[in-house]
Write a protein that binds this ligand. Structure first.
Ligand code: DX5
Ligand code: ZN
Length: 217
C-alpha cells in the first residue's frame, strides 16, 4: 500500500500541534526535514523540535537528514524516536565515508535505514546498496526547500531503480520527496514509489486530510 508522509516543514510553526494530530489521524508517517545550511542551502530545525514532536506523534517519524556528517547524529535521532532515518549519499561522498557503514549504524539503532539522492546523482549509484537498505529516498526537487516544482525525469529514475530491484528479486521501499501531489501520485506509484512525501500540497490545501486521501487513492 502507498504510504503518505506529510512533511512538517510546510506546517504551521506558530502552532504545530494541530498539524501533528492531523498527520496522526490521516497519514502513515511524518516526514521531518533536518537541514544544516551546509549540505543544503537552508537551515530548518533540529533536536528540540523533533523531541517536542515525538511527544505527540503516534505514526512513525521519518527523519530526512540533509546534513554533513549525518553519522554523528544518527544515534541521537533514534533516541528521540525516529522510526526511519535517511541520509544523503552526497554527504558520504564529501567525507569519503562508506555508505554501507552508515546504513549499518542506522540499523543498529533499530530504525529503518534509507539513502537519499538529489536529482543530479545517477540513480545507478544506489544499486550497490539495494540489499542493505530498507528504503531509498529519491529527491524529485533539489533538497533544501519546500514548495518547488516536481522534476519530471524523477519518474524514470524510480522506474530504473524498481527495475533493478525486480531483476534481483528484492523488495525495498522507494520514497519520493519534492513537488508531490495528487497530480502526480498515480504516476509515481505506477513507477514503483511506495512512500510519498508531501509538504505544500498537504498543508496549503483547504482540507489537508482530503489532500492526503486523494494522493493515496
Ligand atoms: C525538501 C524537503 C522536502 C520538502 C517537500 O528539501 O526534503 O521534504 O518538505 O516539500 P514539497 O512537498 O512542498 O515539495
Ligand atoms: Zn525531505
Amino acid at each position: 500500500m502507498l504510504k503518505i508522509a506529510p512533511s512538517i516543514l510546510s506546517g504551521n510553526f506558530l502552532n504545530l500541534e494541530p498539524d501533528l494530530r492531523m498527520i496522526n489521524d490521516n497519514a502513515d508517517l511524518i516526514h521531518i526535514d533536518v537541514m544544516d545550511g551546509s549540505l543544503v542551502p537552508n537551515i530548518s530545525f533540529g533536536f528540540p523540535l523533533a523531541e517536542a514532536m515525538a511527544k505527540v506523534m503516534t505514526v512513525p517519524m521519518d527523519v530526512h537528514l540533509m546534513i554533513v556528517n549525518p553519522w554523528k547524529y544518527i544515534e541521537r535521532f533514534a533516541k528521540v524516536g525516529a522510526g526511519l532515518i535517511s541520509f544523503h549519499l552526497e554527504a558520504c561522498d564529501q567525507a569519503g565515508k562508506d555508505p554501507s557503514e552508515v546504513i549499518a549504524m542506522v540499523k543498529a539503532t533499530g530504525a529503518k535505514a534509507g539513502i537519499a539522492i538529489n536529482p543530479d546523482v545517477p540513480v545507478e549509484r544506489l544499486f550497490p546498496y539495494i540489499e542493505e537498505v530498507d528504503f531509498f529516498l529519491i529527491m524529485s526537487v533539489f533538497a533544501g526547500f519546500g514548495g518547488q516544482k516536481f522534476i519530471e525525469e524523477s519518474v524514470d529514475r524510480i522506474k530504473t531503480l524498481k527495475a533493478e530491484m525486480d531483476r534481483r528479486g528484492i523488495v525495498r521501499d522507494i520514497e519520493v520527496d519534492g513537488g508531490v501531489s495528487s497530480a502526480n501520485s498515480r504516476i509515481l506509484a505506477d513507477a514503483g514509489a511506495t512512500m510519498l512525501v508531501a509538504g505544500s500540497s498537504v498543508f496549503k490545501a483547504e482540507d489537508p486530510a482530503q489532500a492526503i486521501k486523494e494522493m493515496r487513492d
